[in-house]
Ligand binder design. Structure first.
Ligand code: HEC
Ligand code: HEC
Ligand code: HEC
Ligand code: HEC
Ligand code: HEC
Length: 383
């Protein structure tokens, strides 16, 4: 009898241990990422940049533009926060937020942390599908991917530097290829299903477009001065404010060239998009090119995201009529002709600027956020 109970006791222990082996389900439900605040004491510069970035302020708790779009999306009536997958990926109860069984609580740090430090640094792989690529998150906590050779071990976490996606930029594609195929943008049964109409150009989604020399990271996370950790000195660190539109890219003319050519009775302004992606990626943006002759505007061209397919329109539930036909595709040029004969003393200026959020669309959804609506100048070129 004694032996039997010992046997039973041991086998429950053993079974208990077997039950500890993570199941597929347990791996799927990640959660429990270290909070951003934990990184402050050893990565202050990076933390400060990140705090005001779009990756931190990415959801209904901290991004007014996102909140307004969400509240106007029919899915919000069912409280199914499908946006969480990309906009609140570190949420502890992400599955319940998505299927609508739990609501978002305003004090939930795991959501307010946005696309958090620990989440992004635990993305181990990219899982490519037709509907868009997905991230695979490693299930080991406090082991972060990086790119630097180790100098001094961190007593808070381990580092792995053998993952190429942190060098070639593929880690970014895991959220930035919202929908690869136009026809998958909108649910056939319910045309209101998606937030984002985002035909990410095939050129972007082709992983090969990200090269070691030039990729999402080299352009959007350039090395800037300041140490990457407070534990020892490095001259520079990768910028974690993520420059683009919300944090203006100061050297954009390196990637978008504007040139002038005189003709007999006219002149031409050419925009050369040298980037590996289209000028406009998200349909909420609006770009304007203003051509000045002696400080007077002689021509304005508006650029918006185009849809190749008339059937699938962004924001269909808003019944918004926007003409989608004027984007400048990756690695391509657009020439604008102005029918004016230039005199030698004439001064021409081309100004390319944008609104992060199209004011017309903002009015429709009741968004008054100044930061999203203001007009910003990206390139101001004098000839
Ligand atoms: C598959 C990933 C994914 C999902 C799901 C997703 N988004 Fe996004 N969203 C993105 C990415 C990536 C960007 C940034 C794109 C850019 O800047 O070009 C973005 C940008 C936005 C923006 C512009 C933000 C700004 O500050 O200008 C809004 C608004 C937005 N999303 C709303 C939503 C809403 C509402 C939902 C859910 C109904 C949602 N998104 C679901 C990936 C996603
Ligand atoms: C106790 C101090 C400390 C804390 C807290 C800390 N780190 Fe670190 N971290 C370091 C040190 C030191 C290094 C450099 C290690 C080396 O050179 O091997 C480092 C390196 C890194 C790297 C690797 C850089 C590279 O390219 O190899 C990443 C990524 C990183 N930390 C992320 C984080 C994140 C995310 C957090 C918060 C969740 C965090 N760290 C919290 C001390 C810390
Ligand atoms: C876990 C998902 C995810 C990953 C991984 C990710 N992003 Fe994002 N990114 C987003 C979302 C969502 C937004 C929009 C947030 C918002 O404004 O609501 C965004 C916004 C941005 C913006 C801001 C655009 C603007 O308004 O100026 C840039 C730039 C950007 N991402 C670049 C990158 C780069 C570079 C990487 C790779 C190092 C990356 N992202 C990885 C989800 C992601
Ligand atoms: C050659 C440099 C370069 C490369 C490579 C590059 N970008 Fe950009 N990106 C820019 C510039 C410049 C802008 C600002 C002008 C614009 O929006 O077109 C920008 C804008 C963006 C925006 C905001 C655009 C919008 O309409 O919302 C996002 C998001 C973004 N990039 C993500 C990425 C991702 C993800 C990758 C990698 C697949 C990438 N970028 C590769 C230069 C680059
Ligand atoms: C959207 C993804 C993303 C987020 C969010 C993010 N990082 Fe990073 N981080 C990267 C990538 C990619 C690199 C590699 C850059 C390189 O090698 O040029 C990097 C590099 C680093 C490095 C090494 C810096 C260097 O110059 O080599 C540290 C340390 C780090 N991150 C810490 C953090 C901390 C702390 C946070 C939050 C405050 C954070 N990261 C948020 C993607 C991210």
């Amino acid at each position: 009898m004694k032996f039997l109970s010992l046997y039973l006791f041991l086998s429950t222990l053993l079974l208990g241990n077997i039950a500890d082996i993570p199941t597929d389900e347990a791996i799927k439900v990640k959660g429990k990422f270290s909070k951003n605040k934990k990184c402050v004491r050893c990565h202050l510069d990076i933390y400060k940049e990140f705090k005001h970035s779009k990756h931190r302020n990415s959801n209904i708790l901290n991004n007014p533009a996102h909140k307004a779009m969400w509240e106007n999306n029919p899915l919000s009536k069912e409280q199914k926060y499908v946006c969480a997958k990309c906009h609140a990926p570190a949420a502890e109860n992400i599955d319940e937020l998505i299927n609508g069984t739990k609501q978002i609580e305003s004090e939930d740090k795991s959501i307010d942390d946005g696309i958090s430090c620990a989440l992004c640094h635990r993305i181990s792989d990219i899982h490519a599908t037709d509907k868009g690529d997905k991230y695979v998150v490693s299930d080991t906590k406090r082991v972060y991917y990086g790119t630097r050779e180790s100098k001094q071990r961190s007593d808070y976490h381990k580092i792995k530097t053998d993952n190429p996606i942190y060098k070639n930029g593929d880690v970014c594609l895991t959220c930035h290829t919202q929908h690869k195929k136009q026809k998958l943008l909108i649910d056939k049964q319910d045309s209101s299903k998606y937030c984002v109409f985002s035909k990410v150009d095939a050129n972007v989604t082709k992983v090969s477009q990200n090269t070691k020399e030039e990729n999402c990271i080299t352009c959007h996370m350039p090395q800037v001065s300041g140490s990457f950790t407070d534990r020892f000195n490095s001259k520079t660190h990768a910028y974690h404010g993520f420059t683009a539109l919300s944090k203006k890219m100061k050297n954009a003319e390196k990637y978008i060239d504007i040139s002038l050519e005189k003709q007999d009775k006219s002149f031409e302004i050419t925009i050369d998009n040298k980037m590996s992606h289209d000028l406009i990626l998200h349909p909420t943006r609006i770009f304007k090119l203003k051509i000045y002759l002696n400080d007077k505007v002689v021509k304005t061209i508006t650029f918006q995201k185009e849809s190749q397919d008339k059937e699938y329109k962004p924001f269909s539930w808003l019944k918004e009529e926007i003409k989608y036909k004027n984007n400048i595709l990756a690695k391509s040029k657009r020439t604008i002709e102005v029918d004016i004969t230039l005199k030698p003393e004439d001064k021409v200026r081309a100004v390319l600027g944008y609104h992060v959020f199209n004011p017309k669309l903002a009015e429709k959804i009741g968004l008054e956020d100044k930061k999203s609506l203001e007009y910003k100048i990206l390139i101001n070129k004098k000839f």
